[in-house]
Design a protein around this ligand. Structure first.
Ligand code: FPP
Length: 237
């Protein structure tokens, strides 16, 4: 990786395959989730090194609540434990953590709220359709209260009301475990993202795997629906 290589500003990851990783080894699924936390550490450290400023991790979807109760409570306590252990380190590294859920998580968020090196968003109990729905409700309320005209609703207004409203759109999405779906993740923010799918299971996701995803991203020509000539003339101006 050279510093001249095009890097994503906002990297999003669907961390998939923890369960299969464990089952392949005849271990309980929770062991796979535990190993998955190591992969999170790897990717966070790499974002810091490469100056990637925003990282959004799909940690637990609203649909994941339908898993067996034991797995759900196991994942939640794993997250709380991992945060309790890691939060001081994140803070020392000037990393800001954004999450919603549980007290220990709220504490981690408060401690790191002024950090600027990297913003890590943990999407927990998240669903893209839910996020759009709550944004629409907020906007309608503003209109009903005469604080916004219907004509003034535009893409910027919608974006501002989403959970990640103050962050740039995602540039690169990585999904592990050979699954080619968005699974209701960041539906609005992924509109122009480059999509990178790998067969590697999340607990096996290493620095080399991340490098492959970043190399793929660096090779993409990002034209956002425009012509190459239009983009070139914008750069010249
Ligand atoms: C997907 O694998 C993974 C999850 C649903 C949970 C991911 C959670 C963690 C790695 C722990 C997060 C901890 C912190 C601190 C954020 P899967 O179970 O769907 O795998 P499978 O498709 O092989 O069954």
């Amino acid at each position: 990786m050279t510093s001249l290589q095009q890097l994503p500003k906002h990297l999003a990851v669907i961390m998939d395959g923890n369960g299969r990783w464990a089952q392949k080894r005849l271990l309980p699924r929770l062991v796979g989730h535990k190993k998955g936390v190591d992969s999170i550490r790897t990717i966070v450290e790499c974002c810091v090194k490469l100056n990637i400023p925003y990282l959004t991790l799909f940690a637990f979807s609203s649909e994941n609540w339908h898993r067996p109760a034991k797995e759900v409570s196991g994942i939640i306590s794993l997250m709380a434990d991992a945060l309790a252990i890691e939060v001081q380190k994140l803070h020392q590294e000037n990393i800001r953590l954004n999450v919603t859920l549980q007290q220990s998580i709220a504490v981690a968020q408060k401690l790191t709220m002024h950090n600027t090196k990297l913003i890590v968003n943990l999407a927990i109990n998240y669903g893209g359709r839910w996020d759009l729905t709550q944004a629409i409700k907020k906007i309608i309320k503003t209109v009903v209260n005469n604080k916004l005209d219907l004509e003034n609703i535009n893409e910027a207004v919608i974006k501002a009301n989403l959970s990640l409203g103050d962050l740039p759109d995602v540039d690169l999405l990585i999904r592990t475990s050979g699954v080619f779906r968005l699974s209701n993740f960041l539906l609005w923010e992924l509109a122009y993202a480059e999509l990178y799918f790998t067969d590697v299971l999340w607990p096996d996701f290493t620095l080399d795997e991340l490098q492959r995803g970043l190399d793929f991203y660096a090779q993409q020509e990002r034209i956002f629906g425009k012509t190459r000539e239009q983009l070139a003339s914008k750069i010249r101006k």
